[in-house]
Design a protein around this ligand. Structure first.
Ligand code: AMP
Ligand code: MG
Length: 373
């Protein structure tokens, strides 16, 4: 394991990093199995002292602070530019830590824990009075996750604390799936980045509220509705995840009401048969290019050769939606690196694994959808 300044991380836009530099962000490389302990021990010490450490999880990189220390948690909001009413997720590394932070564990939660923890599932419980208001945004509930990534597990266990952690990106940007993404957004603003390679799932955890009956999905993720229903029967889904939030239709996960996952370009989703989508996007690209805009297409392996835009990036094969999910945020960030003005993105099924992908794409497009006929 080596210690290097954050600017040395590959793909980091060092100019952007240096202009916002306020502190020295250390980067420790560690193997994804966490067998090398140096970075883990250093990170745990920083967390115990109230500092901020970004670390890999199986979903995306998280930005961690001591979950019992309100002041440390406030620093997460400052570093990310996160609105204070968007609560954090408490990450645990042993089931017995759950009893410290929640008032009760409903039977349905017990079943879901047995089936999906450790893993990419966050559950909403009634909170105990040990949890500071900075974690929950003053709500009476707390979000808890038990991640399965060996580096996350080792770090949390070594710190000996529940770790409050949202995604380790600047608020509004696509979530980070690599240490270089974290360095790009947060270098100079946090104490340390533990670089453990690419996040496996690439989309944030499924959030399920288990404090209501039936349990309700507040954010779709790798653990699908179908997988949850196999374990606990009927599961609801917050209708607000599909619509542009309004005063009447407020998402139950406060974070879902904010603009999210946006590259600098304007993103439009284009829906229809494969041929119609290709034709429509090519026609739109010609118009935009005539107007002096640089056009990008978020395509798939099956379709990528049919486009005549400036930059065409494939997120993976339609036959493997997990691959699309794992690559989505990285590809959205790549459009920024080549200064694209407009991105046209293909769409995916609104069900199964496609639900999480479409939820993130709709938010990144500000819910703009073009029908191709
Ligand atoms: P992030 O990890 O960056 O995706 O942010 C955590 C997500 O969990 C945000 O969308 C929050 O709104 C959501 N969240 C955290 N705590 C709660 C809670 N008590 N109730 C509902 N949603 C929550
Ligand atoms: Mg986030």
């Amino acid at each position: 394991m080596t210690l290097v300044p954050a600017e040395a991380v590959k793909n980091t836009k060092s100019a952007a990093v240096q202009t916002c530099k306020q502190m020295n962000t250390m980067v420790y490389y560690t193997d994804a199995a966490a067998s090398d302990r140096e970075g883990i021990e250093k990170g745990a010490e920083i967390l115990r002292k109230g500092g901020l450490v970004a670390f890999p999880t199986e979903t995306v990189y998280g930005l961690g602070a001591n979950g019992f220390d309100g002041e440390a948690c406030k620093r997460i909001y400052e570093a990310k530019g996160r609105p204070s009413d968007n609560p954090l997720i408490l990450h645990i590394s042993q089931i017995n830590e759950l009893h410290l932070i929640v008032r009760e564990i409903p039977p349905v939660a017990k079943k879901l824990m047995d089936a999906f923890w450790p893993g990419p599932l966050t559950m909403i419980f009634l909170k105990s009075n040990k949890v500071p208001k900075e974690v929950t945004g003053e709500l009476d509930t707390v979000a808890v996750r038990f991640p399965s990534h060996p580096v996350a597990m080792a770090l949390i266990r070594e710190a000996g604390l529940p770790i409050a952690a949202p995604s380790a990106n600047t608020s509004g940007r696509p979530s980070p799936t690599r240490a270089a993404h974290v360095a790009h957004d947060l270098s100079g603003k946090i104490d340390m980045i533990l670089d453990g390679g690419s996040a496996e799932w690439g989309l944030e955890s499924t959030i399920v509220d288990v404090s209501v009956t039936p349990p309700m999905i507040l954010r779709p993720g790798a653990v699908t509705k179908e997988m949850l229903e196999q374990v606990v029967g009927n599961v609801g889904i917050d209708p607000a995840i599909w619509e542009k939030p309004t005063a009447e239709l407020r998402p139950k996960a406060p974070g879902m009401k904010y603009t999210h996952y946006s590259p600098k370009a304007e993103v439009y989703l284009v829906q229809g048969s494969r041929e119609a989508v290709t034709e429509k996007i090519n026609a739109l690209a010609v118009q935009d290019q005539r107007a002096g805009k640089k056009v990008g297409v978020l395509a798939t392996e099956e379709s990528k050769d049919g486009y005549n835009a400036d930059v065409v990036l494939s997120a993976g094969s339609r036959s493997c939606l997990e691959e699309i999910g794992a690559n989505l945020f990285r590809v959205l960030r790549q459009f920024d690196e080549v200064d694209i003005d407009v991105v046209y993105a293909e769409t995916f099924p609104f069900e199964g694994e496609g639900m999480a992908i479409m939820n993130r794409l709709q938010k990144s497009a500000g819910y703009r959808m073009i029908k191709a006929e």
